[in-house]
Design a protein around this ligand. Structure first.
Ligand SMILES: Nc1ncnc2c1ncn2[C@@H]1O[C@H](COP(=O)(O)OP(=O)(O)O)[C@@H](O)[C@H]1O
Ligand SMILES: [Mg+2]
Length: 244
């Protein structure tokens, strides 16, 4: 449990059984003006339900939404990487069919012009990130996840982005000699009835086939393969070692 708390405090985020949380230190917890203007384009988002910033990944800023949900607003800097609605929904469908027990309920909302997309997702409470120490809590579940992910790769040329952008940075920092353990940032552990359970919070899949020769298509293909290679290095270096 010590390691769990250590990882949580490393992220400066801690959601406990009483639904208490603290936000990332150094991040302004109020909604950014850009984000307000963005979500105003989407009629099905109720601005009054939007709370504080919980965290941000490479692609999204994540805000509280009502009591039990989060709102994921794309970060404008990565405009060129936005998936369109049909991509996001196709990914969700695959995740729900391959990982029904791990998927977190998620709905894509769009503007009338379909230019703007946000996601509303069930808020995941009491979780920690997966690092070489916390791996031990879910060894078999993680092995099952890897097996199903392999099937997903074979059948659909897609893969869960297990490591994620923050996870990739944590690996680089670790290899550069930082003490902080590397972790997977897109799949987390939730504590339910005293037992740790895996949940997939990042619902965008890596695209491993080159579907279009556009700038975005090529970039998405190259970055997906780079993420997959980094994930495999991380798995072989830390996960498999941690299991023996
Ligand atoms: N459903 C959720 N409940 C609580 N916190 C979440 C949830 N989804 C994401 N977060 C927080 O926001 C961070 C970034 O989310 P993520 O979906 O990985 O964004 P990105 O698409 O930018 O990678 C996560 O590391 C986590 O701290
Ligand atoms: Mg992510």
């Amino acid at each position: 449990m010590d390691c769990v708390l250590a990882v949580q405090s490393k992220m400066n985020i801690f959601l406990d059984d009483n639904d208490r949380h603290t936000n990332l230190v150094g991040l302004d917890s109020l909604m950014k003006e850009n984000d307000i203007n963005y979500v105003r384009q989407i009629p099905t988002i109720d601005i009054n339900q939007i709370g504080q910033l919980i965290n941000q990944g490479v692609h999204h800023r994540v805000y509280e939404y009502g009591r039990d949900e989060v709102l994921k607003v794309p970060r404008r800097r990565f405009n060129f990487l936005y998936s369109n609605r049909s991509h996001l929904e196709a990914d969700l469908k695959l995740i729900n069919s391959y990982f029904p027990e791990l998927a977190v309920s998620t709905v894509v909302h769009s503007s009338k012009s379909h230019q703007h997309h946000c996601m509303i997702q069930e808020k995941v409470k009491v979780y920690t990130l997966i690092d070489p120490v916390s791996f031990r809590e879910v060894g078999d579940d993680f092995t099952n996840l890897l097996q199903k992910n392999k099937q997903l790769e074979i059948n659909h040329c897609c893969s869960l982005d297990l490591l994620g952008g923050q996870g990739l940075l944590s690996c680089i920092r670790y290899f550069l000699g930082h003490k902080e353990l590397p972790y997977f940032s897109n799949t987390v552990l939730v504590k339910k009835n005293g037992r740790f359970k895996l949940r997939v919070i990042d619902t965008e899949l890596l695209r491993l086939s080159l579907t279009s020769l556009t700038f975005t298509g090529i970039l998405s293909y190259v970055s997906s393969h780079c993420s997959l290679v980094a994930t495999n290095i991380c798995l072989n270096s830390f996960y498999l070692r941690a299991r023996h």
